[in-house]
Design a protein around this ligand. Structure first.
Ligand SMILES: [Zn+2]
Length: 402
């Protein structure tokens, strides 16, 4: 009997109840935070009870949606799982999700048959990998994020290599073959890799936005592209050493983007569809499919999971506001925003009507107070003209596109 763990679990549970009663929010992070203070090993001790293995999903963009897609696939397959769905993707959020499933004695009921699915913040990957000894880690992509969070992409790439150094070497890396910054993780990985990628020349574009990856880590050479989908994502090759985009194990082709859905073909699964549109969601679907294959989910569950997934907060969520239908498209960095603008252009063309667009800029602490990243957003490729409206108060400035 681990008295320290039991004390930590109960302290965390009490903190969660108190936070909910005080309506302070934070119910998804506080229990974990309190429990970790009482026993820093709480995530490790609880997480390793999940006998179906632990799966981590990280990357700059798409980790929430990818995790939700995989969760839905697990549900369709009837595999019990634990997911930090509601909350924080830092260690405290992961610990909170584990606490929520634990009994007062520090045991997760039915844990032996359960898969742990953890959306993991990029900088949290080293402690998460150390604590959870994952059986698979998916890396969606690596872009510049809000600058005041982690600095440049090299910092994050360094943290990821640090995480891989403590990850069990029989774990499978699920890597985006089209992102050279993600692909380079395979350079020093001795274990298995499952690659995913997009093969659809029709989606290539000249106006792909700024590069967030410039130099080959193996030799320092620059990248050439046969095809670019957005930012530095595409069919790349190093000019100097010839290292090139690997052939994907899970590939999507024949992509059809609609207003409320995306359809595409995946090798071995045939034609699939998902209610989330945009090329970036095709990538999220691919990452989820690749992970599902690595953990051995049946094809029918994978296809059904893609079909039945629901949008997370702000991710193409549809809300009704004063009788009008409002579609929320969350973006947190230049690459994500450029993707959303490209998508608006596609939707405008498909719907053949004028779109009313408002850009709402949040500079609160959680999403980064430095909003200078918006300067790198390519508003010029949007379908209309942007004019500032409103009082222009910090955090409440809006642009309308007509
Ligand atoms: Zn090279």
């Amino acid at each position: 009997m681990d008295l320290r763990l039991i004390a930590a679990v109960n302290a965390g549970k009490v903190a969660g109840v108190a936070a909910r009663q005080l309506r302070r929010g934070g119910g998804t992070a506080l229990p974990g935070l309190v429990a970790e203070r009482a026993d820093p090993g709480v995530a490790r001790k609880l997480g390793r009870q999940l006998g179906g293995g632990r799966v981590l999903v990280t990357g700059t963009n798409g980790k929430t949606t990818t995790s939700r897609m995989l969760a839905r696939m697990l549900a369709e397959a009837g595999v019990p799982y634990l997911h930090n769905r509601e909350g924080s993707n830092l260690m405290r959020g992961i610990a909170s999700a584990l606490l929520g499933a634990s009994g007062k004695c520090g045991a997760i009921h039915g844990g032996a048959g359960m898969v742990g699915l953890f959306e993991t913040d990029e900088a949290t990957l080293p402690p998460a990998a150390r604590a959870l000894a994952p059986r698979a880690i998916a890396f969606t992509n690596l872009f510049r994020d809000q600058l005041d969070r982690y600095g440049e992409v090299d910092t994050v790439a360094g943290l990821w290599r640090e995480a891989l150094a403590v990850t069990p070497k029989d774990a499978t890396l699920v890597l985006n073959a089209d992102d050279p910054s993600v692909a380079e993780l395979a350079l020093d990985w001795p274990g298995p890799v499952h690659w995913f990628g997009l093969e659809d020349a029709a989606l290539g574009t000249e106006a792909a936005g700024a590069f967030d990856a410039r130099w080959c880590r193996a030799c320092g050479g620059a990248f050439d592209y046969d095809l670019r989908y957005f930012a530095h994502i595409g069919r790349w090759r190093c000019r100097r050493c010839g290292r090139a985009r690997p052939a994907p194990d899970s590939r999507a082709s024949n992509v059809r983007l609609e207003l409320d859905s995306a359809g595409f073909a995946i090798d071995g699964l045939g034609d699939v569809s998902t209610p989330l549109t945009g090329v970036y969601n095709v990538y999220n679907a691919l990452a989820a499919v690749a992970l599902a294959r690595v953990i051995g989910l049946p094809p029918e569950a994978i296809v059904a999971g893609l079909q039945h997934v629901q949008a997370a907060f702000g991710r193409q969520e549809v809300a009704t506001l004063e009788g009008r239908q409002v579609r929320l498209l969350l973006c947190k960095n230049p690459a994500g925003a450029n993707q959303v603008i490209q998508l608006l252009g596609t939707i405008g063309r498909l719907a053949e009507r004028e779109l009313r667009v408002a850009v709402l800029l949040n500079d609160r602490f959680a999403d980064g107070q430095d909003v200078s990243w918006t300067w790198d957003v390519d508003f010029g490729c949007s379908p209309g003209r942007w004019t500032p409206r409103g009082p222009g108060a910090t955090g409440r400035r809006t642009w309308h596109c007509v």
